[in-house]
Design a protein around this ligand. Structure first.
Ligand SMILES: [Fe+2]
Length: 270
């Protein structure tokens, strides 16, 4: 069985990324590793995070944070309601702009907004796995688990996804998956800033041609012609949280960001 690893929303948390890559390296049958963007923001290693991804040759798509930092936009496009959260988001964005090298910004600005994988071949007609950060219409729209099936189908239509295809995204920092009319939707969660109550780095394994006996949080699906099968598995990695928190506190970023890493839920937008 071959597997694709997908890492989303690293947000400059280098210890979390290192932990995830180590976990991936310890597995057999990994066909490739991809990221879903939001590489920077909220933590003190934007340049190191991008350098490591470049060094490992890990391709991926642009998150809202990446394109806004690349273009020095007025804000990151994150959504928040609490006034303190708004203030913190602005602090994070301005800190990141100030501490991100030109080389890093060039990399962020060159990221595509979508990648289509066809690991089963089949040229243009074969089943595909589409990687996006958030939403095909706007990269700041949250596709949460509460969204109705109609929302997912709207995404699928914009993407051109058909039964048998898989759509993979992040942005909400909360992993979930659902199948709607034969299309598999998977939110990869967040490696560097989870918001589902579990501080451990989250990443996704897509097992191709998968295992019928998968249980627990797994999900197996064949397409309409029985040609493909994807089983999505969420992995949690017990990375060096203290190093990440110490890094935040040693920087001029707000100390709240160190607490958020441990709380894994609540404040400060995505
Ligand atoms: Fe994010």
């Amino acid at each position: 069985m071959t597997t694709i690893a997908v890492i989303s929303d690293i947000h400059a948390n280098l210890p979390a990324l290192e932990g995830v890559l180590k976990d991936v390296a310890g597995r057999n049958g990994i066909l490739g590793t991809y990221h879903l963007g939001d590489l920077v923001g909220y933590a003190p290693w934007p340049n190191e995070t991008v350098s490591l991804l470049k060094e490992r040759g890990i391709p991926g798509v642009a998150g809202n944070y990446d394109s806004t930092v690349a273009t020095r936009y007025k804000h990151c496009g994150c959504s928040y309601e609490d006034p303190r959260d708004i203030e913190l988001a602005h602090l994070s964005f301005s800190w990141t702009l100030e501490h991100t090298s030109e080389e890093t910004r060039s990399y962020l600005g060159a990221l595509p907004f979508r990648l289509d994988l066809r690991p089963w071949g089949g040229h243009m007609a074969g089943p595909k796995i589409t990687l996006i950060h958030a939403n095909p219409t706007l990269n700041t729209i949250y596709c949460t688990e509460e969204r109705p099936d109609s929302f997912c189908l709207q995404m699928a239509e914009k993407i051109g996804a058909r039964p048998g295809d898989t759509v993979v995204f992040g942005h909400t920092h909360q992993p979930w998956q659902r199948e709607v009319e034969g299309i598999h939707f998977v939110n990869a969660g967040s490696a560097g800033r989870p918001k589902d109550g579990d501080w451990r780095a989250c990443y996704l394994l897509l097992h191709l041609g998968g295992d019928e006996d998968a249980g627990g949080g797994s999900h197996t699906r064949a397409d309409a012609h029985g040609r493909s099968r994807v089983r999505a598995e969420f992995v949690r990695v017990d990375y060096d949280l203290k190093r990440a928190q110490d890094g935040v506190r040693a920087s001029t970023l707000p100390d709240e960001f160190a607490e958020v890493l441990e709380m894994a839920g609540g404040r400060t937008g995505q």
